[in-house]
Write a protein that binds this ligand. Structure first.
Ligand SMILES: *Cc1c(COP(=O)(O)O)cnc(C)c1O
Length: 460
């Protein structure tokens, strides 16, 4: 299985190349050359998450890793989860279940994608006798998950920019209390967007990089993260409907990686009814699915900060595969003027959205109400991101047939202020309370000059 770019110019890439490169050279995103088919009968005989992952992951990695290598990697990945089988499923009632994906070490679902990424990074670096710098910015959950995933691998040094503003103390301390020689949390002045601009500049200038060293991104466009997430859709479908009846999945969405993994699972044979694309008031995706209007707007700060985006990077993959059916030329054209002008596709093509997608946008008030609703009616405390997905299900209920799975992407204790404002409480898992009392070590640097690059250079 090889990979190619959604914009057509970067082709015939192995898994390892796609893994280490991240973004395609033509600015597009990598896609597999075809959708591998999962043998559902085989999968139905399995019971646990790792065994499912051992069926799914090798379908994409064959160009670079043997099945045995992948099995070994998987046996040593997804460490320090609270649950033996990594995931819990909480049944709300006969038709709604919550897929709890927050039992990993950093209490957000991003542990699934980033631990798999780090394991494959490390294996590749060992094989090629190279080292890597991981460099990224975080709005809250990506940074902790990336740091945790990479910190045990000596071939990788991780530099994470922490913007000022809308992040909880726990999230910040998950990064600043790690205290390892290869982990560098950086408190940068400026917003998340400012920090992302620096990361972009770092990737284009590469001034701090040594010979034989990779510069790796942690954002959700890396295909390996999608692979890690595809696994839990098959798992949920197996546990909730024995991979037989199609389910609805309600996904709290930002950069569209998690939704795209659900779509990918369906292309690989998982029975699927509808994907509910649930967003907060940053509603570019809702505007697309409701009225064919994909246009960039200003970012609003919400109580679900990991979904505060102005454009959804992974949406390009859906546009390319589902709507344009692999027409890379057209995909390049649509993106050539974006975000200056909006993306609007042929209305006859756009109509097929409703075969698979429904969207909903919930503002903070509705999100709080939904958190309260779930506590009052089901004694269930959920985090604000999960509540966005739950609210969509509440509002779209009449349009849904069969069972619905709400993806819970973070533990509620990560967002104490939102909980307090909703009048709710939750017990804090030990792994989160532990960071609160540790000493913070982080470098404060300006995002207005080259000091961040100099800092990386000096510590490389
Ligand atoms: C990152 C994140 C999301 C959004 O996921 P995407 O794959 O970017 O759509 C939702 N909830 C939480 C808690 C997150 O950390």
């Amino acid at each position: 299985m090889l990979f190619h770019s959604t914009r057509g110019k970067d082709r015939n890439k192995t898994f390892e190349e796609v893994l280490m490169q991240g973004l395609a050279k033509d600015g597009g995103l990598f896609m597999p050359d075809h959708w591998p088919e999962v043998n559902l009968d085989n999968l139905k005989k399995l019971d646990n998450f790792i065994d499912i992952a051992k069926e799914i992951v090798p379908l994409f990695t064959g160009s670079s890793f043997t099945k045995t290598e992948v099995a070994n990697i998987l046996d040593n990945t997804w460490n320090n989860f609270d649950k033996k089988d990594f995931i819990d499923i909480f049944e709300i009632n006969g038709s709604i279940s919550i897929l709890e994906l927050f039992h990993g070490p950093t209490a957000a679902f991003k542990d699934f994608g980033l631990q798999l990424a780090a394991a494959f990074f490390n294996k590749t670096l060992q094989k090629q006798k190279k080292t890597a710098i991981v460099f990224g910015a975080t709005s809250g959950d990506t940074g902790p998950a990336a740091i945790d995933a990479c910190k045990e691998f000596d071939l990788i040094k991780t530099f994470i920019l922490i913007p000022e503003g809308n992040m909880s103390e726990i999230q910040r301390k998950q990064m600043t209390t790690v205290n390892k020689d290869n982990v560098f949390p950086i408190l940068a002045n400026g917003t998340f967007d400012d920090c992302q601009d620096i990361v972009k500049r770092g990737f284009s200038e590469r001034t701090f990089l040594k010979d034989n060293q990779y510069l790796l991104a942690i954002n959700s466009i890396n295909w390996v993260r999608i692979i890690g997430q595809i696994c839990y859709y098959f798992y949920a479908s197996l546990k909730i409907s024995t991979l037989s009846k199609p389910l609805n999945f309600s996904v709290p969405t930002g950069n569209f990686g998690n939704v795209f993994a659900c779509y990918a699972a369906s292309k690989m044979g998982m029975p699927l009814s509808k994907i509910i694309v649930a967003v907060n008031s940053n509603d570019i995706l809702d505007r697309f699915f409701r009225k064919n209007d994909y246009s960039k707007a200003k970012v609003n700060e919400t109580i679900s900060p990991s979904m505060d985006i102005s454009v959804a990077s992974n949406f390009e993959r859906l546009l390319y595969d589902f709507y344009l059916e692999g027409d890379a030329q057209l995909c390049s054209e649509l993106y050539s003027n974006f975000p200056n002008s909006k993306i609007e596709i042929d209305s006859n093509i756009w109509k097929k959205s409703s075969e698979l997608f429904i969207s909903y946008s919930s503002d903070d008030k509705a999100t709080y109400e939904c958190m309260k609703h779930y506590f009052n009616n089901f004694n269930y405390v959920m985090d604000p991101h999960t509540a966005v997905a739950a609210d969509a299900v509440k509002e779209l209920n009449d349009k849904l047939v069969g069972k619905t799975v709400i993806l819970s992407t973070a533990h509620p204790a990560k967002f104490p202020l939102a909980l307090k404002n909703a009048g709710l409480n939750t017990s804090i898992p030990n792994k989160l309370s532990a960071v609160l009392n540790k000493k913070e070590v982080a470098k404060k640097l300006s995002s207005n000059d080259d000091s961040i690059f100099e800092f990386i250079n000096n510590n490389n």
